[in-house]
Design a protein. Structure first.
Length: 210
C-alpha cells in the first residue's frame, strides 16, 4: 500500500463535506493507496491568514501533506476563472506539494443532491416516502442555490414539523449525507467532478503514483 496524506484547503468549514468524496476518488483511482486526510482548520488560529495564497502557505506549514486539494466554489464565476485564481495563488505561495483544484459549479452542496438515499438516511428516515423535489442529475449544476435545495430536502425527508423541524440541524446533516453516499461514482455525471477526476489522475500519474 502506498501511504498518501492529503490536505484540503477550502472556502469554509462546511466544505469539509468534500473529504469523504475526495478520499473515495483517490482510492477509486488506485486500490494501492492508504489514504490519510486532514482539513486545514485555519480559522482556529489567533491571526488567521487572509487571501488564498497566504492561506495555502500557512496550511502547508501546519498541515504538511503529499497532496494538496484547493477548493473554491464557482458560485457566479466560471470554472476557468476560479481555477486560474487557484493556480495564481499556488504560484504566489510557492507551495511545492502537488496540488489539485476542486471547483464545484455553484457550491459543493450541489454534489450531494445526487443521492436521495443518503439524504433520507441522514435525515433519519431511510425508508421515507416524502417527496424531496430533487433536481435531475443533468440539471444539478444549473441549480442557483444548491445549499437551499439540499437543506429543504433534508427537512422534507425528516418528516418533522413544528419544534422538531425548527431544531433540525441541516448544516451538520450535510456532512452525514457525504459520508452516506453509497457510490460516489454517481458524481461522474457532473462536469466539475469529471474535471476533478481528470486533474487528479494526471497529477498522480505525473508523480508516478499510478
Amino acid at each position: 500500500m502506498i501511504p498518501i496524506r492529503y490536505t484540503l484547503v477550502s472556502d469554509g468549514s462546511s466544505d469539509r463535506t468534500l473529504m469523504p468524496i475526495l478520499s473515495w476518488l483517490i482510492e477509486a483511482l488506485s486500490q494501492n493507496f492508504a489514504v490519510q486526510s486532514q482539513w486545514a482548520d485555519l480559522g482556529r488560529l489567533r491571526n488567521p491568514p487572509t487571501g488564498l495564497s497566504s492561506r495555502l502557505k500557512c496550511a502547508m506549514e501546519i498541515y504538511p501533506c503529499d497532496l494538496l486539494f484547493v477548493h473554491r466554489d464557482a458560485e457566479a464565476q466560471s470554472h476557468e476563472i476560479r481555477r486560474s485564481e487557484i493556480v495564481a495563488a499556488l504560484a504566489e505561495s510557492r507551495v511545492i506539494a502537488p496540488a489539485v483544484c476542486v471547483v464545484p459549479i455553484r457550491m459543493s452542496e450541489a454534489w450531494l443532491l445526487l443521492s436521495e438515499s443518503a439524504i433520507r438516511t441522514a435525515a433519519g428516515r431511510p425508508s421515507g416516502k416524502n417527496q424531496l423535489r430533487l433536481p435531475k442529475a443533468e440539471l444539478v449544476e444549473q441549480v442557483s442555490d444548491p445549499k437551499d435545495v439540499l437543506f429543504q430536502a433534508l427537512r422534507d425527508a425528516s418528516g418533522y414539523s413544528g419544534r422538531k423541524l425548527k431544531n433540525l440541524r441541516e448544516g451538520r446533516l450535510r456532512h452525514r449525507v457525504a459520508e452516506l453516499i453509497e457510490d460516489p461514482g454517481i458524481l461522474r455525471k457532473l462536469s466539475a467532478f469529471q474535471r476533478l477526476e481528470n486533474d487528479l489522475a494526471a497529477e498522480l500519474s505525473l508523480r508516478g503514483w499510478l
